[in-house]
Ligand binder design. Sequence first.
Ligand code: PMV
Length: 329
Amino acid sequence: MEGLSSLRAIASAPGKVILFGEHAVVYGHPAIAAVTDQRTVVEVDRCGDRFTVNGFRIHERYHSYLLKAVEELWHEQDAVRIQTEGGVPSASGTGSSAALTVATVAALHRLQGAGTDPADLARVAQDAFLVERKTQGGGSPVDTSISTAGGAVAVAGKPPGVGQPLWDVHWEDQSWHVERVPLPELDVVVGNSGVKGRTDAQVAKVRNAATKNVLVRDTLAEMGQVARDAVPLLAADDRVGLGALMDKAHACMHTIGVNHPAVQHLVDAVREAPGTYGAKITGAGGGGSMIALTDKPHRAATAIEDAGGTPYVVRLGGPGVQWDATMAP
Ligand code: PMV
């Protein structure tokens, strides 16, 4: 390969849903997340001296994650042209910014000579978290690690001990441990309330409440236990049990203060729909989205739509980040 240089790298990464343990994971308790069948594709080409995104000069206001990725991770002289094709709906709680960040990091690594073995995947997970953390502030590596790993993972501050260890992610003096956990073939229905809930604001709100209130701290620990309890139920494809845990997790999220009337309205509607096992907020809350586990995704989707939400039926599982690199003389 001497004399050849890589001119272009293409990577894709999936969206995600958090099944259990969001917010709790910020305090080291376990969370469980799974990828969806929606993917974002990023192509990065070496080019002259202008960094562009989809034909426009890269700009912090419009391309905050991409600019941070380039600033932190691109170490070469020439500029890059970035093209993105987003298959993960934005602001839907299904991990669009993590998918974009992971695919971009993977393409930038590849263009600078990285391989695609498990150690390279671990570096993508670490660097994607660094980019996300530097762009949006406090949070955990759940979104970036699940989008890198594919399938389903457990993430916690101590080794969760519920699956196969994949990698650790570090930030300052904090570490998280990521394990692969089983995932049956499941469809879930995501319902977006249309109310924007900002992840950083919700994380800050819960942090403030946890500092002052032991009930909030205990509830965060209970949410972590619910995530642990979910792993054997995922292995057994026990939908009744998983639905009941979703309902319990939802009640906990209400207690810690991240529910919103518009989201509760969707949860109430979908629980009435035939085939629903359980429903909960997914992601940071304060608006945003809920998910329902159901045998009748189209009935759940109709219930969400009738209640004023935007439904997405997603199939859980599938690959994490994938590369397609083009070498040229
Ligand atoms: O809003 P989302 O889907 O990115 O999920 C946020 C999950 C939190 O646990 C609230 C924060 C985090 O980074 O883990």
